[in-house]
Design a protein around this ligand. Structure first.
Ligand SMILES: NC(=O)c1ccc[n+]([C@@H]2O[C@H](COP(=O)([O-])OP(=O)(O)OC[C@H]3O[C@@H](n4cnc5c(N)ncnc54)[C@H](O)[C@@H]3O)[C@@H](O)[C@H]2O)c1
Length: 372
């Protein structure tokens, strides 16, 4: 089927060499699942992989709905949280799937946040050399970011996301009604990725976010519309650069220092999105020192991050030397140079590998002075 044909301009489509698929973001979207699977020709068994926080809310009704149309659906809930994203859990899921007779024509349904998406995605990419995958994201982060683009994987004791595969889903179905049960702190952390997308590629989204005075009150279609807009940024970038050789690097804005801060805090104290928010604030200051943005940009972005309940200060206990050392070890370092995704203004960003260490050190030292 030619997916570039006959769909309204408003629809969201990923078209990459690894696969083409629709991203649907709507209140109540999960109701459409049986019909959508049918339309995609996914008529085998459905294997729902979720976590124990999400499963009780949404999996029983989903299983019932799928069984009602004759689909053999069953579910597995892993313990919620990042520790489940490891090879031991992959092995347990293989046991469950293979032990229950999984077939090539079946589909894995990843029902949850980024942890479940990455884990279930990797299992789908590898079991029987790869079966169909559908993402049913239930966190804001997963809806605008992790469910789109085909990156799957698990952690290794020596580092995050070191084992994985590209495996594009056949569909992303994001039901914004699921966000009503998401803990408020997790929701706020997801806004960091929305703001990141606005900064790197969508100035109108940034202005729209600024006009929302109480983000917690966003509901229904107005929330879905913002999520669609943020998802579109990720889709556009993935469509240009599936394998992160160029444009996709821009999505790392806030993540170079964000990852260093997350690791320095020992994963757990800060949520990923919170660390990214702090990283964005620091990296905006790097861009300002490099003459890429005005100081007013830094203030404007900080105001928005704070409106969405996100931190911008370095957490206590982090040291400049530790953060610098961790930054140099980042996966995105090439030939000894850190590749920074930096803003050039609201709605535009570029990758720079010529940021002097003294600039980074200056920003970190300034941030530390502010926090003590
Ligand atoms: N593949 C990618 O491109 C990509 C991109 C960004 C992040 N990630 C990965 O995503 C992960 C983080 O994802 P996350 O922030 O979604 O965290 P998560 O999956 O751990 O979810 C956060 C918490 O919210 C709970 N939860 C999720 N949805 C819920 C709902 N609707 N109602 C109630 N509780 C709910 C979960 O049980 C969990 O406790 C990391 O492992 C990160 O590496 C992957």
């Amino acid at each position: 089927m030619d997916r570039n044909h006959n769909h309204p301009a408003d629809d969201l489509y990923v078209t990459t060499p690894g696969g083409s698929y629709e991203v649907i973001v709507a209140h109540g979207a999960l109701d459409q699942l049986p019909e959508r699977l049918h339309r995609l020709g996914l008529r085998g068994a459905a294997w729902i992989i979720s976590d124990d926080q999400v499963f009780p809310h949404y999996a029983p009704a989903l299983i019932e709905r799928l069984r009602a149309v004759g689909c053999n659906a069953r579910g597995f809930a892993v313990p919620a949280g990042e520790p489940s994203k490891d090879l031991a859990m992959v092995a347990r899921l293989y046991d469950w799937l293979i032990g229950n007779g999984v077939e090539r024509r079946d589909v894995v349904l990843a029902l949850g946040g980024g942890v479940v998406g990455d884990l279930a995605g990797f299992v789908a990419a590898t079991v029987l050399r790869g079966i169909a995958l559908v993402h049913l994201p239930t966190t804001l982060l997963a809806m605008v970011d992790s469910a789109i683009g085909g990156k799957t994987g698990v952690n290794h004791p020596l580092g995050k996301n070191l084992i994985g595969a590209f495996h594009q889903p056949r569909l992303v179905l994001a039901d914004t009604a699921t966000l009503t049960t998401l803990p408020p702190r997790e929701l706020r952390a997801g806004w960091a990725e929305v703001i990141k997308h606005a900064v790197i590629r969508d100035a109108a989204l940034f202005t729209h976010l600024e006009a929302i005075t109480d983000p917690a009150s966003l509901r229904g279609e107005s929330l879905a519309a913002v999520i669609r807009r943020a998802a579109r940024v990720k889709i556009e970038i993935v469509n240009i650069d599936e394998r992160e050789t160029g444009e996709r690097m821009l999505l790392n804005y806030g993540h170079t220092l964000g990852h260093a801060i997350e690791a320095a805090c020992g994963y757990g104290d800060l949520l990923h999105g919170e660390a990214v928010a702090i990283g964005m604030h620091l990296e905006a200051q790097i861009a300002a020192r490099m003459g890429m943005v005005e100081p007013a940009f830094v203030e404007r972005q900080e105001r928005l991050l704070r409106t969405y309940g996100l931190p911008t200060d370095l957490p206590p206990g982090t040291t400049v030397s530790d953060l610098l050392e961790r930054t140099l070890r980042d996966k995105k370092v090439r030939a000894g140079r850190v590749r920074w995704a930096l803003p050039q203004g609201i709605g535009a960003a570029t990758v720079r590998d010529d940021v002097p260490e003294t600039v980074v050190r200056g920003v970190l030292e300034g941030a530390q002075r502010c926090c003590t």
